[in-house]
Ligand binder design. Structure first.
Ligand SMILES: *[C@@H]1O[C@H](CO)[C@@H](O)[C@H](O)[C@H]1NC(C)=O
Ligand SMILES: *[C@@H]1O[C@H](CO)[C@@H](O)[C@H](O)[C@H]1NC(C)=O
Ligand SMILES: *[C@@H]1O[C@H](CO)[C@@H](O)[C@H](O)[C@H]1NC(C)=O
Ligand SMILES: *[C@@H]1O[C@H](CO)[C@@H](O)[C@H](O)[C@H]1NC(C)=O
Ligand SMILES: *[C@@H]1O[C@H](CO)[C@@H](O)[C@H](O)[C@H]1NC(C)=O
Length: 372
């Protein structure tokens, strides 16, 4: 497709400009303080880290799904809310880089709405491996500009946030032309995804990354479009309640495996600080017990069309409900800003929900000092 060629050309052009611009950066400008804290935040992931701002031609390519997978801007997402708690500016989109080293030092969002762990079927978004490649190139550029030692220290004191998997499960259950559900059973598929994510974490560690937040997948089986699918497959049995269990069980299997692998890496590599963020458990708490959180609607999207607002995505924010904070779901697959804030608060400090970020809170991760 012509647009894909454009996206590719654009990324090559951008990267080569960044590459050839030589600028001296003084230690002062680096803002690496002796006090343990995070120097910058680098994001990799899907629509849980990017609203489409980092996907060239997103609005053209994804009209059917959701032109607005977030309410407003990236600042309504969990990692951006966490960044503001750390006193960091928002990471700039990879495709919005202005070609200077300063942009890279301020943190970069490599994320791309709809990104999958497994290879993409189209070039319209960057999958896990493509985003990793961009992250490694960025680390190399930092080495080039700062020198080996300073770059190493900078990367070690930066935070990497990874959030993938949702769109792989959507491909498994919804996009049957992917063939995944024929090729793999649930256990195999979950394990393949968890293994890929674990490899990503190991590869980042090998590039001196030490602080990582690795997000689990949300309870997609309770999302508006999945409820629609569940009803369709149960049309004869009348009113059905609850979530699409088959989807949620598979996601739980993935989350459990990923957390297990992360725990093993933390033991094997004592200077690694990796936390698992359990967005599944947090969201199930809001879905099962919505009232204390001011939530009134747990199954229909604030912005969408049809039953549960789940037949099509958020094509225009004019379609949105009046009070998005009363909803768990913003569109057919993504949570509202209100839910993201509750998740971020819980992951950061253990309130209102405890142990969402394990084994330590994100706040503890940020203040953990570099071990020698
Ligand atoms: C978009 O939606 C229309 C109407 O529902 C459908 O005919 C078309 O195939 C969809 N396009 C894509 C790329 O999914
Ligand atoms: C490039 O962006 C960085 C931050 O993202 C900013 O500090 C810097 O001034 C910008 N440089 C130019 C030449 O626009
Ligand atoms: C899934 O496939 C694996 C390997 O092919 C097999 O060992 C396992 O029993 C299967 N699980 C189920 C639930 O069918
Ligand atoms: C359909 O309903 C039956 C019985 O209520 C339930 O066991 C099954 O899991 C449902 N199917 C889906 C896809 O939710
Ligand atoms: C979200 O959507 C509501 C309307 O549903 C709107 O009032 C609000 O300003 C939007 N933005 C954010 C960041 O919540």
């Amino acid at each position: 497709m012509a647009t894909n060629m454009w996206a590719l050309a654009l990324s090559l052009l951008l990267f080569s400009t960044i590459y050839w611009k030589k600028i001296h950066v003084s230690a002062m400008e680096l803002r690496v303080s002796k006090r343990p804290s995070v120097a910058a935040m680098y994001l990799l992931g899907d629509s849980s880290v990017d609203c489409g701002e980092n996907t060239p031609f997103y609005s053209v390519l994804h009209q059917n799904l959701s032109m607005y997978p977030c309410n407003g801007s990236d600042s309504s997402l969990v990692p951006q809310i966490l960044a503001s708690k750390m006193g960091l500016q928002s990471s700039t989109p990879f495709y919005g880089q202005n070609g200077t080293i300063y942009g890279l030092l301020g943190g970069v969002n490599f994320g791309s709405a709809q990104a999958t762990i497994l290879s993409p079927r189209s070039r319209s978004y960057q999958s896990l491996n493509q985003q990793l490649r961009q992250a490694f190139e960025t680390i190399q550029l930092l080495q080039l500009h700062l020198g080996e030692e300073r770059a190493k220290h900078f990367v070690k004191s930066s935070l990497f946030y990874l959030s993938f998997g949702k769109d792989d499960f959507i491909r498994y259950f919804v996009d049957t032309s992917s063939g995944f559900s024929i090729k793999y059973n649930g256990t195999e598929f979950s394990r393949i995804l968890a293994r890929q994510m674990t490899n990503a974490v190991r590869n980042l560690y090998a590039s001196n990354v030490r602080k990582i937040v690795c997000s689990g997948v949300l309870p997609l089986g309770c999302a508006p479009h999945m409820l629609l699918k569940r009803d369709d497959s149960n049309s004869s049995s009348g009113e059905v309640k609850g979530c699409f269990d088959e989807v949620n069980l598979m996601i739980l299997e993935y989350n459990r495996k990923l957390e297990e692998n992360i725990a093993a890496i933390n033991v094997e590599l004592p200077d690694a600080h990796i936390v698992f963020c359990d967005v599944f458990r947090a969201m199930m708490e809001f879905i099962d017990n919505p009232r204390p959180y001011g939530i009134e609607d747990v199954d229909s999207a604030c912005c969408g069309l049809g039953k549960y607002g789940g037949t099509s995505g958020c094509i225009s924010t004019d379609m949105a409900c009046q009070r998005s904070l009363a909803h768990v779901w913003w569109d057919l697959y993504n949570p509202t800003t209100a839910v993201n804030s509750l998740i971020a608060d819980s992951a950061w400090s253990g309130h209102p929900l405890s142990a969402i970020s394990r084994p330590i809170t994100v706040q503890e991760l940020v203040s953990s000092s570099e071990k020698p």
